[in-house]
Write a protein that binds this ligand. Structure first.
Ligand code: NAD
Length: 430
């Protein structure tokens, strides 16, 4: 099929590439001319495992191309996906101005029937607004359908998630666009859930809020484990084997972050408020998340006492492993808090350093090799769960530190082993 994706970021680029990979002809649109130039020249603006090879392969086959013109994307396609940002506003509600802008741009270029698919995460009833906007701004007054098709990919695993989705949600107002949407997703062999548009929009916020809730739940348990002398990993294992609960998302740490969970949670609280329901449970999920970081910072200050003029090595800047994304990263938040207390930092992240440089400047030295981070530091902090940090040369790190102190916010190391090796080792919930 002929598809356009408006917004070529984490979601748009991966979606467009995977659609091309299964045989569709895809044109990706972005209003960031530098990004489009880079993609047209064979560069990739984000790090996502497996993506670069797929982009190159599909560009070479002629199935994937890039443009800055939404009009061109609309003219060349039957189905147009919207994958632009939906950032939070100061009160937690969603800024829908990007969606509205794109709806108008699409409307202006439509000369025949099109299916417009919202893939961005949006509040319930946004589909209705998009429909109204397109009707109003389409001079040709042609027929069209608006579809909600929320995206569930995880950064760091996005290609795999796109190629093997747990389910595909398609929210429609009439039957007309269902056949085309089913054909687009047919190669992925996933269960397809067809709903009304409002339900599809709600599924995304309800799913992300539930996952955030699961993380806050285990983080609350980690606080109890610390106070009671239990081990959160053993508790998580014991409860996760119950299939009704499941093992995933039960890793205690320094809290959730990233460009989705915090904003989607605030949005869902706001959306619920607007329809007359006070979602206190989700407010508490936010509070637990904030307290989890407070508790971790307190662990550092309880041990190091005064942070002013201390040098701290930090492993990890990305919001999770396998990504270069540092947006709303708990690791960045942690660094900012340590800097505010007067510490200077030596930091390393396998993929996130370039993007972190825009957020962390004063008092930060970026170190290329993880094994050099500890040099001259008073303590080492693990802030992101990169697998490769488990290969850290612990002997060298001990020699490089003034004292062998590690605060492990991701429980990467085994407490008993670390103590045997002579470390003062503080982790989460154990
Ligand atoms: P992103 O910031 O990485 O990418 C968005 C892209 O849209 C940018 O390249 C930007 O230049 C472009 N853009 C903005 N306005 C435009 C316009 N008027 N015309 C053309 N392009 C425009 O964002 P993202 O992480 O891909 O997220 C997009 C949406 O998908 C959001 O609603 C997000 O909540 C949702 N989502 C994200 C993830 C994720 O893991 N990142 C997962 C599921 C859903």
């Amino acid at each position: 099929m002929k598809l356009a994706i408006v917004g070529t970021g984490y979601v748009g680029l991966v979606t467009g590439t995977c659609f091309a990979e299964v045989g569709h002809r895809v044109i990706c649109v972005d209003n960031d001319a530098n990004k489009v130039k880079m993609l047209q020249a064979g560069g990739i603006p984000i790090y996502e495992p497996g993506l670069e090879e797929l982009v190159k392969k599909n560009v070479a086959s002629g199935r994937l191309s890039f443009t800055t013109s939404t009009a061109e994307g609309v003219q060349l396609s039957d189905v147009i996906f919207i994958a632009v940002p939906t950032p939070p506003q100061p009160d937690g509600s969603v800024d829908l101005s990007f969606i509205e802008r794109v709806a108008r741009d699409i409307a202006a270029a439509m000369t025949g029937y099109k299916i417009i698919v919202d893939k961005s995460t949006v509040p319930v009833k946004t589909g209705e607004k998009v429909t109204e906007t397109i009707k109003r701004y389409c001079p040709a007054k042609v027929e069209f359908d608006v579809v909600s098709n929320p995206e569930f990919l995880r950064e760091g695993f996005a290609v795999g998630d796109l190629m093997n989705p747990d389910r595909v949600v398609i929210g429609v107002r009439s039957k007309r666009p269902v056949a085309a949407m089913t054909e687009i997703y047919e190669p992925f062999k996933a269960p397809i859930v067809v709903t009304d548009i409002n339900s599809a929009e709600l599924i995304k916020h309800a799913a992300n809020s539930f996952l955030a809730l699961k993380i806050s739940y285990i983080n609350a348990i980690s606080a109890i484990c610390e106070a009671a002398g239990a081990n959160v990993e053993e508790v998580a294992h014991g409860i996760g084997l119950d299939e009704r609960i499941g093992k995933r998302f039960l890793n205690a740490g320094i809290g959730f972050g990233g460009s989705c969970f915090p904003k989607d949670l605030s949005a869902f609280i706001k959306i619920s408020e607007q329809v007359g329901y006070e979602f206190r449970l989700l407010k508490e999920v936010q509070q637990i998340n904030a307290r989890q970081m407070d508790r971790f910072v307190k662990k550092i200050t309880d041990t190091l006492w005064v942070l002013k003029d201390k040098k701290i090595g930090v492993l990890g800047l990305a919001f999770k492993q396998n990504t270069d994304d540092v947006r709303s990263s708990p690791a960045i938040d942690l660094c900012q808090r340590l800097i505010k207390e007067g510490a200077t930092l030596r930091v390393h992240d396998p993929k996130g350093m370039d993007k972190a440089k825009a957020l962390l400047k004063e008092g930060v030295t970026y170190v290329d090799d993880m094994n050099d981070v500890a040099q001259g530091c008073d303590a080492l902090v693990v802030a992101t769960e990169w697998e490769e940090f488990k290969q850290l040369d612990l002997d060298l790190a001990r020699k490089n530190l003034s004292h062998p102190i590690m605060f492990d916010g991701r429980n990467l190391f085994d407490p008993a082993t670390m103590e045997k090796l002579g470390w003062i080792y503080k982790s989460v919930g154990r």
